[in-house]
Design a binder for this molecule. Structure first.
Ligand code: 5RP
Length: 224
C-alpha cells in the first residue's frame, strides 16, 4: 500500500448506486479506478465521464460503463488527483495538469456537484508554484504567447514528449509549463492567464474541490 493507493481506494466510499462519476486522470486515479471496477463487478451501477483518452482506455479495460460529457445532464461526483494542494483561509487551491489533462479535467470538474481530490501527502504544499504551472495553448503562433509569458517573468517551457517532439494534449494543443516560486495570488494569476489570447486553459484549480483525501506512505488517510 502507498499513499496514492490508499487515497484512491478511500474515494470509492463516496460512490453510491446510480451515480454519474467524473473520472480524473493520473496514477492516483488509477487506484481509484481499480477499486471502482471491483465494485462494479460486484453489481454497483455507475456511469463514468472521463477526463482523458488515457482514462477512457483504462475504464474500458476495467468494464466501467461510460458516457460522453455531452450526454451528462449532471455529474454527481468527480474524483481526481492533483499536483499541488494548498489550503488558505479554508479554501483549497491546486495545480493540475501534470498529466496534460487539465482542460478536460476542468470541464468535468465544473459540471460536477461534488469534487474530491485524492493524493499522497507529497502533494500538500505551504505555497503553490514549485510544480510548473501547465498552460494549454493553441499551436498557431504559440511562440508569441511564449515570449509574452517570458516577458512577464513566468519562464514558460514547452512541454515535450519522450521523443522530444512537442507534447500534444487530447485536444491537439501544446502545453507551456510556467515556473514560479511561489504563486502568491492564484486568483489574480488565473484571471490574467484566461485573458491571454491563445491560452486554452491553465492548471490553476482555485476553490474547485469540496473534499480532499490525503494519504501517507503507510496508508493513513485523512479527509478534509
Ligand atoms: C493530470 C492531472 C493529475 O491529476 C495530476 O497530475 C496528479 O497525477 P498523479 O496522481 O499521477 O500524481 O492533473 O492532468
Amino acid at each position: 500500500m502507498n499513499g496514492k493507493q490508499a487515497a484512491g481506494e478511500r474515494a470509492v466510499d463516496y460512490i453510491k448506486d446510480g451515480m454519474i462519476v467524473g473520472l480524473g486522470t493520473g496514477s492516483t486515479v488509477f487506484y481509484f479506478l481499480q477499486a471502482l471496477a471491483k465494485k462494479v463487478a460486484e453489481g454497483l451501477q455507475v456511469t463514468g465521464v472521463v477526463t482523458s483518452m488515457q482514462t477512457a482506455a483504462l475504464a474500458k479495460e476495467l468494464n466501467i460503463p461510460l458516457m460522453d460529457l455531452n450526454e451528462a445532464t449532471t455529474i454527481d461526483v468527480c474524483i481526481d488527483g492533483a499536483d499541488e494542494i494548498f489550503v488558505a483561509d479554508g479554501s483549497v487551491y491546486g495545480i493540475k495538469g501534470g498529466g496534460g489533462a487539465l482542460l478536460f479535467e476542468k470541464l468535468v470538474a465544473e459540471a460536477a456537484q461534488q469534487r474530491i481530490w485524492i493524493a499522497d501527502e507529497s502533494k500538500t504544499v505551504t505555497q503553490l508554484g514549485a510544480f510548473g504551472l501547465p498552460v494549454e495553448v493553441v499551436q498557431f503562433g504559440y511562440q508569441q504567447l511564449e515570449r509574452a509569458l517570458a516577458k512577464r517573468g513566468y519562464n514558460p517551457v514547452l512541454r515535450r514528449s519522450a521523443d522530444e517532439t512537442p507534447y500534444l494534449t487530447d485536444s491537439g494543443n501544446y502545453i507551456l509549463d510556467l515556473q514560479f516560486e511561489p504563486i502568491t495570488e492564484p486568483l489574480a494569476l488565473a484571471t490574467e492567464l484566461k485573458h491571454m489570447t491563445g491560452v486554452v486553459e491553465h492548471g490553476l484549480f482555485n476553490q474547485m474541490t469540496e473534499v480532499t483525501i490525503i494519504a501517507t506512505a503507510t496508508g493513513a488517510v485523512s479527509v478534509a
